[in-house]
Design a protein around this ligand. Structure first.
Ligand SMILES: CSCCC(=O)C(=O)COP(=O)(O)O
Ligand SMILES: [Zn+2]
Length: 233
């Protein structure tokens, strides 16, 4: 009986469409690996498609994922409707759910070294309570103004990304991530000190391009600091 249920659940991850979430997570994570975002099993990506959440397993090489590795959760009940045997769902799941609860269609978690370095630079320069702030950089125009607002930030707008403290276990970041989301309702990203960053977007395309824009800005900001150049006027 349970085997019949397992086979029925497999339909949820079998598709020839490259943009089906089970396929898309695999190709995205393989790309993100080449950027140093999800190496050594760290980081990951989750997609909400209609009433379902697609989640990769925990502790596996994210660049080697297969569609049949995916967990599928019913968003309303938060119950798993597909659970691959032996594997555990990503420890990032409650953090991804926090983004989906706020309307995101995709959430990306990276261990980018630029994100980690920025959290250390901000702490050294401005203290533990400060967020990362930067302005007058063209790529800021790749980030939306905020949830429910029309359009993206402009060249003269200031991009602010809150920073939360790391915890021993990924799932224990959830309450501080949610607090940061409440305190900065316009943000589409939260940095995690000495760990990485969570970036989300209304859909997969927006989450990916926003994450690319932010990583570009974080790398640039580290290089600016090395050259003694200020992030804000
Ligand atoms: C070396 S990775 C440590 C765990 C972590 O920070 C992470 O993002 C991976 O989570 P997952 O459970 O998806 O493997
Ligand atoms: Zn992580």
């Amino acid at each position: 009986m349970s085997q019949v249920r397992d086979e029925a659940a497999d339909v949820l991850v079998h598709s020839l469409d490259p943009e089906h979430p089970a396929n898309h997570i695999c190709t995205l994570c393989a790309k993100f690996y080449t950027l140093g975002w999800v190496t050594g099993t760290g980081g990951g990506t989750s997609i909400r498609h209609e009433d379902k959440i697609f989640i990769a397993p925990s502790g596996v090489q994210k660049e080697m994922l297969k569609p049949t590795d995916m967990f599928v959760m019913d968003f309303a009940s938060k119950e798993y409707i597909r659970k691959p045997k032996v594997l555990k769902p990503s420890a990032c799941t409650p953090l991804f759910l926090a983004a989906f609860t706020r309307g995101a269609g995709c959430c990306i978690h990276t261990h980018s070294q630029w994100a980690v370095l920025i959290t250390l630079l901000v702490e050294r320069e401005f203290g533990k309570d400060a967020c990362f702030e930067i302005e007058e950089i063209e790529q800021i125009k790749g980030i939306p103004k905020g949830r429910g607002k029309v359009g993206n930030l402009g060249y003269f707008d200031r991009l602010r990304i809150p920073i939360i403290e790391n915890t021993a276990h990924e799932e224990d970041l959830t309450s501080s991530l949610e607090e940061a989301m409440e305190k900065y309702p316009d943000t589409y990203a939260v940095l995690v000190r000495r760990h990485g960053i969570y970036v989300w977007g209304d859909n997969v395309h927006k989450a990916k391009t926003q994450c690319e824009s932010i990583d570009y800005i974080l790398q640039l900001a580290v290089e600016m600091k090395n050259l003694g150049l200020p992030w804000t006027k």
